[in-house]
Design a protein around this ligand. Sequence first.
Ligand code: G6P
Length: 367
Amino acid sequence: AAVGKGNFRHFMEKELHEHPAVLGDTLQQYLDPATRAVALPPLPFDPATVPRLTMSACGSAFLAAQVGRYWIEQLARIPVDADVASELRYREPPLAEGGGAILVSQSGETADTMAALRLLQQGGQKVLSVVNVPESSMARESDGALLTVAGPEIGVASTKAFTAQLALLACLAIGFGRARGTLDEATARLLASTLTEVPGHAALILEKDAEIRAMAAEVAKARDVLFLGRGALMPIAMEGALKLKELSYIHAEGYPAGEMKHGPIALIDTAVPVIALCPSGPLFEKTASNLQEAAARGGRIMAFTDAVGAKALRGFAERVIELPTVHPFAAPILHAIPVQVLAYHVAVLKGTDVDQPRNLAKSVTVE
Ligand code: G6P
């Protein structure tokens, strides 16, 4: 059946508004809200004993995989290698005997990810794919598939499918941690209840639309934009930059906050917005001090943070957008939403083709 735009101007706008529902539907597959327990179906590898995991994907799906890698390593203590599919397939990576792999894809048809799937299987790895299209090639050819429940995504730049991938990977990390015994039951329940609050928080973030649009008016004037984040927020900074590039054709870079001083700091002047994703938590102080360095060089600091973080940043930041205060585990999922909304508004202001940016394709089936 054809999917319509409803009352929205663009498919992307409609799809952004589907975040709460899609997150809820995806979480519900793997997480029982009543018992706050994660229940995973049988997987192609045993998370309790798998010696190593390889994660791979392309585009935004790869950035979701990178967040997944941080979570899985942290909670389940499984060593994870993560690389874009077009590199992984030619890199001749040494694969562990009895190893597992997780591939992430909205369409399940991306050529490089499919090639990585075959390479991994030939290398004896058991491949689990995280896909949004159940009847896709990847779902069929993998040794097992878990589905995101994002529904059809029409906008070329991924939005709701990306956050659904994160939600699913978060459940996997908790499930793996339990299977491996690295995560105790009480902590697992705490993290699971943090996830059950994510759809509600996503709805609150969508209400910040006017604030984000005001930020977009500034960002739309820039030639270069730098996005910074640390830890599991680092791939989200890269997603923010990717979305802005794809949709508005403004040059943007996503960087690990601590690495700024080794390069991007040279770009900073009074015209460069530095957009930070920095919720309060164990990594906050470090990122805040990176931002102060950028501010000292005239950089225009704009931050997505929470109430506690906002207090510390307001002194030197030009704009601070307060997101709901959540456990650091859920922060990457929630911070993904406003950077997508920001890119959307910048694109609308610049008059670019939001749903069908130039030169891009929804599903890249050529190598
Ligand atoms: C294209 C899309 C991206 C997407 C990437 C991977 O570049 O524009 O939004 O993240 O392909 O697609 P997949 O279907 O494998 O997730």
